[in-house]
Design a protein around this ligand. Structure first.
Ligand SMILES: [Zn+2]
Length: 349
């Protein structure tokens, strides 16, 4: 009777293991046969009814049954795990024939490009790059630069004042030069450029912006001439607008320089013949400059009998508009499309 029980379980398991078994079913079978009250486990309790001479053989058969189950269990478990891994590998496989994601690379902003190329050139000529605060004192922005209160030239720089008339948003980068001269205490020669943001109460349109960028240069030393300034400007003009450019100075007026000049380059579009970019003159004005006014030198602690020098200034947006053929200044701060920046890659000399 007990041997029949064993045979019964044996054939039961045989047909079960021939069928298909998933992970869940496999664990159920383990409980059903090998658990605390499992069909194989309870066979042990039958041994007391087995005649003594058969006890040993019965015990061996029960063990055999256990071993058979366990071997089969491990075998199926391993196979199921392998199938799972293969399935995963298949579903997560990378299809190398799929088209890739297009990654857009950045491109330097035209204003930044002009500043960087000017910095590189002038640093190679011994200039240091210096920055200053954008909220400035009226004293540094105007007064020490020979623009006392009530001076008519102040009107040309309609200024944002902050709290009364002492502090303002700098209307030019020149106050950085004042700060450097005061630091030099009338003893050290100076060779600096100061790029940075400047602010004026302008109505924004195609050629005006209330916020714009300047770069000024200042050289203070001994026995400096207008010829030194001309040579420096020539280098800048050729670097920005190509080797073929001619330069010229035209007399002008700035309170902080004496004499003052407008810096012109020969038109890069018509080569001097006259076109709509140069308004028929063959020349384009790109900046202002001059010999540092002795009054400014004295205001800032330098003895004009011993020291002299020159200063020059550029509107970076104007240079960028000319160089890259941009007709509306707003293009530079309405950065709505990286393709716009890419466009400037094609316009380098
Ligand atoms: Zn022209």
């Amino acid at each position: 009777m007990h041997n029949e029980k064993i045979k019964e379980i044996e054939s039961e398991l045989k047909s079960i293991f021939e069928g298909s078994i998933d992970q869940k079913r496999l664990e159920e079978l383990k409980v059903e046969y090998m658990g605390k009250n499992g069909k194989i486990t309870v066979l042990n309790s039958l041994i007391k009814d087995v005649p003594n001479e058969e006890k040993k053989e019965f015990g061996m058969k029960v063990n055999e049954l256990k071993n058979t189950f366990n071997t089969k269990y491990e075998e199926i478990k391993e196979r199921l795990e392998e199938e799972l891994i293969n399935e995963k590998l298949e579903s997560e496989a990378i299809d190398v024939t799929l088209p890739g994601t297009n990654i857009l690379s950045g491109s330097a902003h035209p204003i930044e490009r002009i500043i960087e190329s000017l910095e590189n050139l002038l640093m190679s000529m011994g200039y240091d790059v210096v920055e200053g605060p954008e909220v400035e004192k009226d004293l540094y922005n105007f007064e020490l630069l020979n623009l006392p209160k009530g001076h008519p030239a102040r009107d040309a720089q309609d200024t944002f004042y902050i709290k009364g008339d002492e502090y303002l948003l700098r209307s030019q980068t020149s106050p950085v030069q004042v700060r450097e001269m005061l630091k030099g205490e009338g003893k050290e020669p100076i060779r600096i450029i100061c790029p940075g943001k400047t602010y004026r109460r302008d109505e924004d349109d195609a050629t005006h912006s209330h916020e714009f960028t300047q770069m000024e240069g200042l050289l203070v030393d001994k026995n400096i001439t207008l010829g030194d300034l001309k040579g420096t400007f020539e280098e800048i003009a050729k670097m920005l607008f190509g080797k073929g450019r001619s330069t010229r100075f035209r007399p002008s007026y700035y309170p902080f320089t004496e004499p003052s000049v407008e810096m012109d380059i020969s038109c890069f579009n018509c080569n001097g013949k006259g076109c709509n970019i140069c308004k028929g003159t063959g020349w384009i004005t790109v900046g202002g400059a001059g010999m540092v006014n002795p009054i400014v030198l004295r205001n800032c602690g330098y003895d004009p009998d011993k020291w002299n020098g020159f200063a020059f200034g550029f509107g970076i947006e104007r240079l960028a508009m000319l160089k890259y053929g941009v007709e509306d200044i707003r293009v530079f701060y309405m950065n709505h499309d990286v393709r716009m920046l890419k466009e400037f890659d094609r316009r380098e000399y």
